[in-house]
Design a protein around this ligand. Structure first.
Ligand code: M6R
Length: 366
């Protein structure tokens, strides 16, 4: 049951700290602060390329995974939505890695992508939440998210569990490929081990109240833009998808640097711009994109840590301060915040949060 929570989605949002902690306890050795290498039926060191395919939120988790595999393991990585990938039918290098991401393990297009990858001679690895699913059965290896049953149609804890698994996998790949030294691995595993506590801070009264205040602005809007860069660009996509799904407000996620190539024409004082702007190497670039939006009258709503929030206070119409973290884990923390934002907007709108119109939890037909 959903206990004292109003919706399964709310209950599942509050499970983030435990679910992420569970993934980490299976994948990280806290004593040596290193990722535990598990037996895989292929060699991470010699993979020529990884190809990621998935649908919906799972695809966005894959997009974050791509950034991590490229930056941490220097593994060339491609990612495409499964419904396009399966018919694009791209040639794949022999002995490459096919990586599928799915909560249910039953999504028809993702399963077809898996089979195509097998036909193309890929080693197939699936990140799935349901261990006895079709994808789990048909893969060469499985990384289980084990987030528990997710009842809300809008994915929450399964998504952050996917991110956490992919983060650990990227560390393992970096170690195997010699692109991640022990000191950096210790730093990044430490950053991951702090995430459950930081997730709990985001779910605290204080932060959810700040998110609730932002929700009041968003609930009034007809259109909302979400902006992010780098590993937080997919978080912008996830935030926009979640808002569309459960509040029925039109929202789009964009790479912040793309604004000036078109979307900025949409901006006026009626269009909130939700900025996923953690401190890190891309902060200054994001800040200047936000400046451009603010200069056109956009209401910029900043999600950042204390240092980033301070730098953006001159242009922010509202701010949600999230815990200070290593940029590596920022997409995980920011995801929790934007999912909570969508939930709070849906509450104000009075929509059917757990069973949004026109949507099914598992899309087993094409
Ligand atoms: O079961 P899957 O992870 O394969 O499902 C993929 C998508 O259908 C799913 O993530 C969908 O986008 C959710 N409703 C997102 O909240």
């Amino acid at each position: 049951g959903r206990g004292n929570y109003r919706h399964f989605m709310e209950k599942e949002l509050h499970e983030h700290p435990v679910v992420i902690g569970d993934v980490l306890s299976r994948m990280i050795d806290p004593a040596s602060r290193s990722v535990m290498l598990w037996d895989l039926p292929f060699d991470l060191a010699t993979l020529p390329r990884a190809t990621i395919s998935a649908c919906g939120s799972a695809f966005y988790a894959g997009l974050v995974g791509r950034v991590w595999l490229e930056t941490i393991a220097r593994l060339p990585t491609d990612a495409d939505v499964a419904s396009e990938f399966r018919y694009r039918a791209p040639p794949l290098p022999s002995e490459g890695l096919g990586l599928l991401v799915s909560q249910s393990g039953e999504t028809a297009d993702t399963l077809a992508a898996l089979r195509y990858m097998q036909d193309e001679g890929q080693h197939v690895l699936s990140v799935v939440n349901v261990p006895e699913s079709s994808m789990a059965r048909e893969s060469d290896a499985v990384l289980e998210t084990l987030a528990g049953p997710e009842i809300g149609v809008a994915s929450t804890k399964a998504f952050t569990a996917q991110l956490t698994v992919l983060a650990c996998f990227a560390l393992a790949a970096g170690r195997a490929r010699g692109t991640l030294d022990a000191a950096r691995e210790a730093l990044l595993t430490q950053a991951l081990m702090e995430v459950p506590g930081q997730a709990a801070e985001i779910l605290s009264e204080e932060t959810t109240a700040a998110i609730g205040r932002v929700a009041e602005r968003i609930a009034e809007a007809r259109d909302v833009l979400y902006l992010g860069r780098g590993s937080c660009f997919p978080v912008a996509l996830e935030g926009a998808l979640k808002l569309k799904e459960i509040s029925y407000i039109h929202a789009e996620g964009y790479a912040a640097g793309e604004m000036k190539h078109g979307p900025i024409a949409l901006i006026d004082r009626h269009v909130p711009v939700v900025a996923i702007a953690p401190s890190g190497p891309l902060f200054e670039k994001t800040a200047s994109n936000l400046q451009e939006a603010a200069a056109r009258g956009g209401q910029v709503i900043v999600f950042s840590d204390a240092a980033g929030a301070e730098k953006l206070k001159g242009i922010a119409a509202a701010t949600v301060v999230l815990p200070t973290c290593d940029p590596f884990v920022a997409p995980i923390l920011h995801t929790i915040a934007v999912q909570m934002l969508a939930y709070r907007v849906a509450l104000l709108k009075g929509t059917d949060v757990d069973q949004p119109r026109n949507l099914a939890k598992s899309v087993t037909v094409e």
